[in-house]
Write a protein that binds this ligand. Sequence first.
Ligand code: MSP
Length: 641
Amino acid sequence: MSKTFYITTPIYYVNDVPHIGHAYTTIAADVLARYHRLKGYDVFFLTGLDEHGQKVQQAAQKAAMDPKAYCDRLAPQFQTLWKRLNISNDAFIRTTDLKHKAYVQKTLKALYDKELIYRADYTGWYCTFDERFWTEKDVVNGLCPDCKRPVEQLSESNYFFKMGQYQDRLVKYIETNPDYIRPRSRSNEVLGFLQKPLEDLSISRPKSRLSWGIDLPFDSNYVTYVWFDALVNYVSALEYLRPSPSFERYWPANIHLVGKDILTTHAVYWSTILMALKIPLPKTIFAHGWWTVSGEKMSKSRGNVVDPHAIVDEFGADAFRYFLLREVPFGQDGDFSREALIGRINTDLANDLGNLLNRSLTMIERFAKGVVPEPLATTDTELDNLLQQTAQEMLRTFDIHLGSLEFNRALEAIWSLVQLGNQYIDKSAPWTLAKKPEDKPRLNTVLYNAAETLRFLCLALYPFMPQAAEEMKRQLGLVLNFSKPLLSAEITWGGVLPGTEIAKGSPLFPRIETTKTQGDARVTQDQQPAPSPTDQITIDEFRKVSLRVGLVTAAERVPKSTKLLRLQVDIGTERRQVVAGIGTKYVPEDLVGKRVVIVANMKPAKLMGVESQGMVLAAGEEEVTALLTTMDDVPPGSKIK
Ligand code: MSP
């Protein structure tokens, strides 16, 4: 019997359309689900909607709709988004499903029969937004300690779950299971919360105040508290959304992914409910951080809510998926901005990964008639060994990082191979090998190794960027089936078959042109004062600039300009036309055959009507005093770092 992996996202309130926060958890869960399927696990990936409670009732009222009709109208917004983001959930639960409702009632009845639910009068401070009571000592200046909105005093008769009696057991459980609540800092936070006496939990709402919910099976004047209803989804889904006996098969869930704001409800409410029901606890509850938008809290009133549909329209699902998981360590807060997203696309995706694929396939086309050539049987050059070892090592570290939900580090491991692949090509210089027939065997080996590196990358990228991985697979002519577990031969070096026909296509990630004109940035940069410490940049920012060695193959003056020269520059995989303001210092003849330093990811710009596809680096203030070159004759296209 195969190993199982059950992963869940929170079920989202249908009081509004989905935003980046919803997309974040769901994408993270999808990466883990895809990864485990590749590893041969029988995966159950559950997501869905939380459709009861005050928030949804109010939203429906505002839209002048019946709550169920309102939910039916909004549910497809989530389902469509998950399709567009290539979310591979196995089931989609809605808490208005009749079978879920029946399961919740069955659960409540079981607890009631065991006398773990009792009725009592209660006076407390109620937060409408969080739909919960607080005690006198929790409330600070009349505000909810959680959302900081005003609370109101309410006296009500309600049903309570005897949560308090599980306090010691829960504390002990968390202390002895350090992986139960992750990251570790969150586990400590929950333990801190549990230092105060744990009260019983009100699990009902009188219908006079809230009617949109599941009827209590033992008192029809009440509906179920929305959090009790919602948390139960994690087991009710196993009852009716999978063939039986799925509870035995998938429970305990491996991971409940949640945002940090809903950790207490999961770590305390859900854990104690499960204890009362004598159901084993999930293996891990992982709380991730929150996204701000361009440094600000995301909110409707600020008008800065990030609409994932719009991001997918503009940049595609894969770039969005990549960005969210690469930009911040999972568990920490992060900041979303268009600039940061575009930066990642242009640098990591277009420049590093896209370029490696593009140049490798171009060379296989040009030097091997579009067919992956046979490598030399024994290739023990240091360069080849390093590439091969790094590829194998990448898959190993990738496993470790994904196992600990360190998505950003898993992606870093992939990118270290991307970078090495590019260096491998630079150093092996296939364009030079192609000039001499006696170098043909070496050329073939280099081309083969480049294709094999890309195959490794394709495998590791699949959980994160399924569309891009499929496209890479197609262009590389690979026979890989991502819907089947990977075979051991597939994760061993040498899997690409010589003779495979490649099918080079359009770039995987086209560079995004930004609206600011960058073409003549140097002119203004020249006049900048020396950077102050606050102008310092990080290594990641520096890496956004793609600097390459270029070989000048032709040069001429731009007509009617004393300053501008038009250069043709070979940058390894392609030739660029670059217009440079160096004509008062150099004559064109001086430049042909010289190596220059090119900013290769500069947005093309027109200078006196001539397109410039890059920028050469030069010293000087107003006038250029010296063109930058390299000490040694490295191959064109070599990366400068
Ligand atoms: N319905 C409850 C969950 C019940 S689970 C049994 C709920 N729904 S929600 O729609 O309000 O929020 C769902 C998730 O979105 C939470 O995990 C929350 O952390 C996450 N996010 C909401 N805004 C967010 C950001 N700005 N950034 C990251 N995630 C955020 O709570």
